[in-house]
Design a protein around this ligand. Structure first.
Ligand code: 7RM
Length: 660
């Protein structure tokens, strides 16, 4: 057990446990510094050497980075590879064919093991089936699937034939699904009859049917339906086919389609501060490289480890650290269909014990919910379970508060497991700022230092680095292999969002604020600096929610802000002006529920506002700008002390404050 020590800033530091450092891939601060120095001295050479080490190339690349069309950077462009070959065939060729690639645990607890060989056979059958349906290299395929082996297989099958997948999280509504299908111009959708989570069935196929009737989806020629529950779903003749049937007809051998390193492996839609969700476009070569190297170094993954990332494949974490990273390095991983609280809040601990999980990666919001559950019900407390197989823990998606960090470290990690607090984004493809567990002493609440080769910095509005101890804007000063390549179909928005003129168009703008520790230089992320909320680690644009609200016939105007929430990190708080007089009492309650459901229907349940407050108006400047800054104060339940003299209607603040 390693105890914390106090450093000069009074923040606790947990040193690297000796036993961990001895066997770690990056086993000391000196080893980390050496990697950083290598990258510093020969940036392109550093990445090229990793790309040769971690990726198998069908045709080797001759050039590392192409900056000629900045900020549309290209990496390893004349190299050819296949992501699915890298994740499956080459492991089998290396003798891992019978090794377990995936331990799948279903919602009801049923467990199935899949070897690398078995996974390749399934991927190949589906890849052949997609080809038989006419899917070609470069076509987009939308996946609307539960957390499942079939989901991973579908992603890998697309990669195998050079089709670009776009996974849509099963919690998004028909409208959101439609928007994504249309924007991507998908030729085919793969879905399931139903998704099963926490004992409840959600009708995915019915939502696909609805999405396709909303218009704009003429590009879709086929829908492949996986019968997960065997629920009786209507099939559209000539359009819908069953997954089992199309796979059964195919050979389990499918030669990989070799693609350029820059070929788009996938699109993944994510929320921005304005407008509709953006289709983040990722490459094949650079992305796969970062997925592999971060899985190995950040998680210190070894051949005997059992890795478990709890993220759904509908989010980027489920792409990089379920569908690609662990397979690319020949690991064994757990894939879980269900939720952490079913049949009870000990599900994670029971599964870690049963599958002897050694590396566990989850979100702070899940940890906070499970702390609460354990504190109110002894039966689900982790101390009732044998968690001794664990050697490393990780978190992702949002800042982790030090109290939750300490609990995770003590109660789950038994005081012996380092915690990697990994900062990254959909756009970055993989870890950007993260501890390497054999190299960095840990400070709760800090993601420590950039991954070797990532040139992250905290700067002021002019792009100048601020001194340690002073807050600023997080940027990345050099392009890196797994970075976003474009916003699908909107290059202008790509430039504006990520390479704004503020920094001469030279720095990648993450959209987060950060501060570095005065003594250690460790980074702490202070949160989004734009109108993006982070609710339970899920990104939500306030504009999207506002648009959903005003699409309701009764709503005249809406403003959405975040407020801190103990459990979900941030909670969505909506201020609404109706086209009729302001409702109060029972009527307000009913209307708030109606609006909540409306947002759920428009975007998905995750976007439902927690608070809805009705007002006669919203606080506006004389030029008509809504003062969100003041609404954030009201949302927190605090009194506005700021100057409100520029407001057209200062009295509205009192009304909104009382309207809860
Ligand atoms: C992987 C993922 C990205 C946003 C990002 C941050 C926040 C993510 C951390 C974090 C503090 C972390 N992709 N974020 N990880 N904040 N510490 N370790 O979450 O595109 O969905 O979200 O999430 O604000 O910009 S994401």
């Amino acid at each position: 057990m390693t105890g914390p020590t106090e450093n000069t800033t009074q923040s606790k530091q947990y040193p690297v446990p000796d036993a961990f450092a001895r066997t770690a891939h990056v086993g000391s601060r000196a080893a980390y510094d050496k990697l950083c120095a290598d990258a510093q001295n020969d940036y392109e050479g550093y990445w090229a050497s990793l790309a040769r080490q971690f990726v198998s190339w069908h045709k080797p690349f001759t050039k590392s980075l192409d900056e000629s069309n900045a900020p549309f950077f290209k990496w390893f462009e004349d190299g050819e590879l296949n992501a699915s070959y890298n994740c499956l065939d080459r492991n089998i060729d290396a003798g891992l064919g019978d090794k377990t690639a995936i331990i799948f645990e279903a919602d009801d607890g049923q467990v199935t093991h899949y070897s690398y060989k078995a996974l390749l056979a399934r991927v190949s059958k589906l890849a052949n089936a997609l080809k038989a349906q006419g899917v070609k290299k470069g076509d987009r395929v939308v996946l609307y699937l539960p957390m499942s082996v079939e989901g991973v297989v579908a992603m890998q099958a697309c990669a195998r034939i050079g089709a670009t997948h776009s996974v849509v999280f099963g919690g998004f509504s028909a409208q959101s699904l439609r928007d994504r299908i249309e924007d991507a111009g998908a030729v085919l959708v793969i879905t399931a009859d139903e998704q099963l989570r926490g004992g409840k069935a959600l009708p995915l196929k019915a939502i696909v049917d609805e999405a396709l009737t909303l218009g704009g989806c003429d590009s879709v020629r086929q829908v492949i339906v996986w019968q997960r529950t065997g629920g009786n779903v209507p099939m559209v003749a000539g359009r819908d086919v069953y997954l089992d049937e199309v796979m059964a007809a195919q050979s389990d051998v499918c030669p990989p389609e070799w693609v350029s390193a820059e070929h788009p492996l996938f699109l993944l839609y994510t929320s921005g501060s304005t407008g509709k969700p953006k289709g983040v476009q990722h490459s094949t070569g650079g992305y796969l490289l970062h997925a592999a190297v971060t899985t190995k170094w950040t998680f210190d993954l070894k051949p005997d480890d059992v890795f478990w990332c709890t993220a759904d494949i509908g989010w980027v974490t489920g792409h990089t650290y379920v569908a690609y990273g662990p397979l690319a390095v020949g690991g064994t991983q757990v894939v879980f269909e269900g939720v952490p609280t079913y049949p009870d809040a000990a599900r994670f601990w029971r599964m870690i014990q049963a599958h002897k999980v050694s590396i566990f990666y989850t979100a702070p919001t899940a940890i906070r919910a499970l702390i609460k559950a354990a504190e109110s019900n002894e039966a689900v407390h982790p101390r009732n379970f044998d968690l001794s197989s664990l050697r490393l823990l990780g978190t992702v998606g949002e800042p982790i508060n030090p109290a939750a960090w300490e609990w995770y470290h003590r109660e789950i990690g038994g005081g012996r497991c380092p915690i990697v607090d990994t900062f990254w984004q959909t756009e970055t493809g993989g870890h950007m700022i993260t501890p390497l567990p054999g190299a960095h002493a840990l400070t709760p609440g800090s993601c420590t230092l950039p991954f070797p080769g990532i040139d992250a910095a905290v700067v002021d509005e002019t792009g100048k680095e601020v001194p340690w101890g002073q807050g600023g804007v997080l940027v990345v000063r050099k392009p890196w292999p797994s970075m976003i390549r474009n916003i699908w179909g909107d290059s202008e928005r790509f430039k504006k969002s990520y390479y704004p003129a503020d920094f001469n168009g030279k720095y990648y703008l993450a959209g987060d604020g950060a501060i570095r520790d005065e003594h250690t230089g460790y980074f702490t992320i202070t949160g989004r600096i734009d109108d993006v909320l982070n609710v339970s680690g899920h990104r939500m644009g306030t504009m999207e929610i506002e648009s959903a609200l005003v699409s309701h016939p009764l709503v005249a105007e809406a403003a959405v802000v975040g407020r801190p929430d103990d459990l979900t990190g941030e909670a969505i708080c909506a201020f609404v002006v109706l086209k009729r007089p302001r409702p109060t009492g029972e009527e307000a309650k009913q209307l708030a529920n109606e609006l909540r459901n409306h947002v759920g229907h428009e975007i998905g349940p995750i976007a439902k506002p927690k608070d809805i407050r009705f007002g006669d108006n919203l606080p506006k400047t004389r030029s008509g700008k809504i003062m969100r800054r003041l609404l954030r104060v009201v949302a927190k339940g605090e009194t506005v002390t700021q100057d409100t003299s520029t407001l057209e209607n200062p009295a509205i603040l009192d009304q909104l404050a009382q309207s809860n």
